[in-house]
Design a protein around this ligand. Structure first.
Ligand code: HEM
Length: 535
C-alpha cells in the first residue's frame, strides 16, 4: 500500500507539472506497439536501446532452432548488437571457414575471455575455463594423461564393467517388468557412474534398479540450469544478483556449488587416504591418482604451486566430471531416438555387431568371460574399434544433435574472417554447432536426414574428409580432450544395448531440445525394453 501511494503520487506530480509527460509516455507506448507488430514474425530484430535482447528472450525456449533460423535467413555469419548499456557486439557464425579460422588457424586471437570464464565459475580454473599459459600448461598434462595406455585401459575397462554390472542388468529388469523407463535419465546415470569411476576410482552405483537419488548429480543438474540463464540475461544483471544473493537463479547456483564442493572434497580426501594405505603399490586405477602421482619433472613450472593444493584437483575433477557426464548421456539418448526412427540403420548396426560377435566366438574361451550372468553379451575394447558403422552412426547423431551446441569466444584484437567479416577487438563470438550441422550448403540437400553412410568411404572405412567437417567436439588446439573417451563409453553402451535388447520408443512424445548449455531432451525419452532374439 505504502509503495502504491508513493508511486501514484509521484506520477501524479509529473503529469500535473508537465502535461507533455502524458504525450511522451503515450508516444513511446505507440512506437513500441508499432515496432512489435511490425517485427514480431522476424527472426532477429535490432531494437533501439536494447539491441537484440528482446529477440533473444523471445526465442530463449527454442534457442538452438533459432540459431538455425538465423543462419537460414541471414547466411552463415551475422553481427548483432547487445544493449547500449554494454556496447557489446555479438558475432554469430556457423560458416565452417570462419569456424576453422577462429578455433584453429588464428586460435590465439580468440580466447574464452573473463566474462565467459566467470559465467562458468563453478568449474574453477580447470582446463575448460582456463586461458593463456595456465590453459596451455594444463592441456599438456591432460594430453599426456589421456593418451597414455594406462588411462585408455582404465576408460575402456570402466565402460565395459559398468555396462556388464549395471546397465545390462537394469535393462533386463525393466524388460522383465515390461515397465516404461526414461532413457535419458538412464544414460545420465550411466555417464555419471562411468565418469566418477574413471576420475575417482569409486562407483557411486547411481545406475541401478532402484533408481536412487544422488546429491552430487542433482546439484550438477541445478547448477547447469542456472548457468544457462546466466547466458540469457545481461551479464551485469546476473553479476549483481550474485553479489547481493538475490533472485532464485543465483541462490540455486550458490547452494548447488556448496554441495558440489563438499562432495568433491570428500572424494579427494578418500583418494589421498587410499593412496597412503596403498603406499608402494604402483597400480594406478583412476585419473585423480594419475594426476596426484605426477612426478616433479612431468609438471609444468606454472602448475607446480597450484598442484600442491586440493583446489587444483577439485577444479580438474569437476571439469572432467561435467565434461564426461553432461555430454555422453544426452548424446546416447539422441542416438537411440534417431536409430528408432530409422529401422534400416538399426538393421545395419546389428549386422555389424553380429559380424564382430561371430568373429570372436570363433576365438573360443575369450567369449565366455564376457557373457553376464543372464547370458547377455558385452563387447570389449578391441571389438569396439572394429565397429565402423556404429561409429559413423554416432558421428551422424552428433552432427544433428551436438552435445555442446554453442561454442563461445572473445576477440582479443581486430581481425578479418575468411568470408571478409570484420571482427573488432572485444567482440563476443558465438559458434553454433547445432546450426552448422543443419546447413544445406555444408551437408547437401539431405542435411536433415540421418545417414551414417556419409561418414564412410568407398573402402568401408571412416571418411576422413567428412570427419574434418565434424565440429561437435570442436577443432584446433582446444579440441575436446575426452573425444576418444566419449566414443569408447558411447560405443560400449550402444553396442551391448542394441545387441541384447530392442528399444521401443513410446509413440506421441513431443521430442525437442531443452533450452540448456548441453543439448538434452526437454522431457526425456520414454521407452519400453524387450530382450532381443538374434537369429
Ligand atoms: C559426446 C561427448 C562429448 C562432446 C560432444 C564434447 C564436446 C566438446 C566441445 C565442443 C568442446 C569445446 C568447448 C569449447 O571450446 O568451448 C569440448 C571441450 C572439452 N571437453 Fe568435451 N565433449 C564430449 C565428451 C567429453 C568427455 C567424456 C570429457 C571427459 C574428460 C570431456 C572433457 C572436455 C574438456 C576438459 C574440454 C576442454 C578442453 C580445452 O579447452 O582444452 N568431453 N568438448
Amino acid at each position: 500500500m505504502h509503495f502504491h501511494s508513493i508511486n501514484l503520487s509521484s506520477l501524479e506530480f509529473y503529469f500535473k507539472k508537465w502535461p507533455e509527460f502524458y504525450l511522451l509516455v503515450f508516444f513511446c507506448f505507440l512506437i513500441s506497439i508499432r515496432l512489435y507488430l511490425k517485427n514480431k514474425n522476424q527472426v532477429l530484430v535490432h531494437w533501439p536501446i536494447v539491441g537484440i535482447l528482446p529477440s533473444l528472450l523471445q526465442n530463449a525456449h527454442r534457442i538452438h532452432d533459432w540459431t538455425v533460423d538465423i543462419s537460414n535467413t541471414f547466411g552463415g555469419t551475422i553481427i548483432g548488437r547487445g544493449t547500449i548499456f554494454r556496447c557489446l557486439e555479438i558475432l554469430f557464425t556457423c560458416d565452417p571457414r570462419n569456424v576453422k579460422y577462429i578455433l584453429s588457424t588464428n586460435f590465439s586471437n580468440f580466447h574464452k575471455g573473463s566474462d565467459y570464464i566467470e559465467a562458468f565459475d563453478l568449474l574453477g580454473e580447470g582446463l575448460f575455463s582456463a586461458d593463456s599459459h595456465f590453459w596451455f600448461a594444463q592441456r599438456r598434462i591432460a594430453r599426456m594423461t589421456f593418451n597414455s595406455k594406462m588411462v585408455r585401459n582404465i576408460i575402456s575397462n570402466t565402460g565395459q564393467k559398468v555396462v556388464q554390472d549395471s546397465l545390462l542388468p537394469l535393462l533386463a529388469h525393466v524388460a522383465k517388468q515390461s515397465s516404461v523407463v526414461d532413457l535419458e535419465d538412464m544414460f545420465l546415470r550411466y555417464a555419471f557412474d562411468t565418469s566418477i569411476t574413471i576420475i575417482f576410482g569409486r562407483n557411486p552405483n547411481y545406475l541401478s534398479t532402484s533408481f536412487p537419488s544422488n546429491e552430487l548429480a542433482n546439484a550438477m543438474d541445478d547448477a547447469s540450469e542456472a548457468i544457462f540463464y546466466r547466458h540469457i540475461v545481461p551479464s551485469s544483471w546476473w553479476k549483481l544478483c550474485r553479489r547481493l544473493m538475490i533472485g532464485s537463479n543465483e541462490r540455486k547456483l550458490a547452494k548447488a556449488r556448496r554441495t558440489i564442493d563438499q562432495l568433491l572434497a570428500k572424494y579427494i580426501t578418500a583418494k589421498r587416504e587410499d593412496m597412503l594405505a596403498a603406499k608402494g603399490s604402483t597400480e594406478e586405477t583412476d585419473l585423480l591418482q594419475v594426476y596426484m602421482g605426477l612426478k616433479e619433472g612431468e609438471k609444468d613450472e606454472l602448475l607446480l604451486s597450484k598442484m600442491s593444493c586440493d583446489k587444483f584437483f577439485r577444479d580438474t575433477a569437476m571439469t572432467f566430471l561435467s565434461g564426461g557426464r553432461d555430454t555422453t548421456g544426452p548424446a546416447l539418448t539422441w542416438f537411440f531416438w534417431l536409430v528408432s526412427k530409422n529401422p534400416i540403420v538399426e538393421a545395419k548396426i546389428l549386422e555389424e555387431l553380429k559380424h564382430v560377435f561371430l568373429k570372436n566366438t570363433k576365438k573360443g574361451e575369450k567369449c565366455s568371460l564376457r557373457l553376464t550372468k543372464r547370458r547377455l553379451w558385452v563387447f570389449d575394447a578391441d571389438d569396439l574399434t572394429e565397429m565402423v558403422y556404429l561409429h559413423a552412426a554416432l558421428c551422424e547423431s552428433l552432427r544433428l544433435y551436438p552435445s555442446l551446441p554453442l561454442i563461445r569466444r572473445g576477440a582479443r584484437e581486430d581481425d578479418v574472417l575468411p568470408d571478409g567479416t570484420v571482427v573488432k577487438s572485444g567482440m563476443m563470438i558465438i559458434i553454433s554447432n547445432y546450426a552448422m550441422g543443419r546447413m544445406e550448403w555444408v551437408w547437401g540437400k539431405d542435411c536433415l536426414e540421418f545417414k551414417p553412410e556419409r561418414w564412410i568411404d568407398e573402402d568401408g572405412k571412416l571418411n576422413h574428409e567428412t570427419l574434418t567437417k565434424l565440429n561437435s567436439f570442436s577443432v584446433g588446439p582446444r579440441i575436446c580432450i575426452g573425444k576418444d573417451m566419449a566414443f569408447v563409453l558411447m560405443k560400449s553402451a550402444a553396442s551391448a544395448m542394441l545387441f541384447n535388447f530392442h528399444v521401443e520408443v513410446l509413440e506421441g512424445q513431443n521430442i525437442q531440445p531443452k533450452p540448456s548449455i548441453v543439448l538434452q531432451m526437454k522431457d526425456g525419452l520414454m521407452v519400453r525394453i524387450k530382450e532381443r532374439m538374434l537369429s
